[in-house]
Design a protein around this ligand. Sequence first.
Ligand code: EPS
Length: 390
Amino acid sequence: MRYLTAGESHGPQLTTILEGFPAGMPLLAEDINEGLARRQKGHGRGRRMQIEKDTAEIVSGVRHGQTLGSPIALVVKNNDWKHWTNIMGAEPLKEGQEDEIKRKITRARPGHADLNGAIKYGHRDMRNVLERSSARETTVRVAAGAVAKKLLSLVGVDVVAHVVEIGGVTAKVDSSLSINELKERAELSPVRVADPNVEVEMMAAIDDAKKNGDSIGGIVEVIVTGMPAGIGSYVHYDRKLDAKLAGAIVSINAFKGVEFGIGFEAARKPGSEVHDEIAWNEEMGYYRKTNRLGGFEGGMTTGMPIVVRGVMKPIPTLYKPLMSVDIETKEPFAASVERSDSCAVPAAAVVAEHVIAWELANSLVEQFYSDRFDTFMDEIKRQREYAREF
Ligand code: EPS
């Protein structure tokens, strides 16, 4: 499967085209809108989220609530577009209209795509870069991932994300919580954290950052249950599923690192405390007594829950800007100040959940390919039975 996204942050709409879903899969706009609404939430978001109310329109590939096997096109309109029609219009500017548009952006924001993007594409107005590099694009990545999540839910795979750290405040998550309890707790939290004891402290850290014109980052965790064992591959580097998940996480705006299971902690422990012992019983088939490797061995799923974490740097748009250089004069200047969020970690957790869902759905479609959704589901069922008895 593959998907493309198109759209500028303040353009008329965001679009995504998804290819490769089997025909006959149930799909409703509300399956997608739930994810979009969850992405808009979170303490620390700026004013833009009060302007938008993201909903997806399914404009092709679905008829009477079922996928057709043809490309699925989804559109999310930008409500803010009405304030930007002159600045962002596709038509050439008319005589005298130059005065109507805002100043050119010539002072790159450190940590953003602004300067590198301007050099690469030859843009003298860095708005041409920031409109597309904006995390607004994650809206349609969530829309695409929501269709993937629907496929996963129909074959018994559950994906949930929660926040485990914001601005140095760390959650202690009760490991006996079921995935559903975790999901419920995170959903009720304004910072998407499952540990109620740190919620207030996290919100205070966000408020402090905002008051100081600053921003803070954090760590999100995605947990997946129900993936069959043996998905992915060990035979070639570009078929390793954990590598694809790692790529998906680091492709989210502002994400700088990724780990599975105990992650970087593995560097500090002997092998006997890192690897998971293998066992078998009638009900589960093969399982691991622990899950320190986070659901992967040799680039393939083990059948244990997948546990993947990603680290998000603080958003680089600062109301207290860092120093930069004006590309017109080459003089030192404070970077441009643009409207932004002071912390988007809770929203980014939702994005992480959806980009992981996409990779997992893709891996299943690749391994159990069928043009028809019913036979695709049968194949997965057969695989589970086979793996249990193997
Ligand atoms: C973003 C800047 C802000 C955020 C935006 C990401 O947008 P604006 O420039 O319109 O204030 O609100 O995030 C979204 C619009 C979104 O939907 O998540 C940026 O520069 O990355």
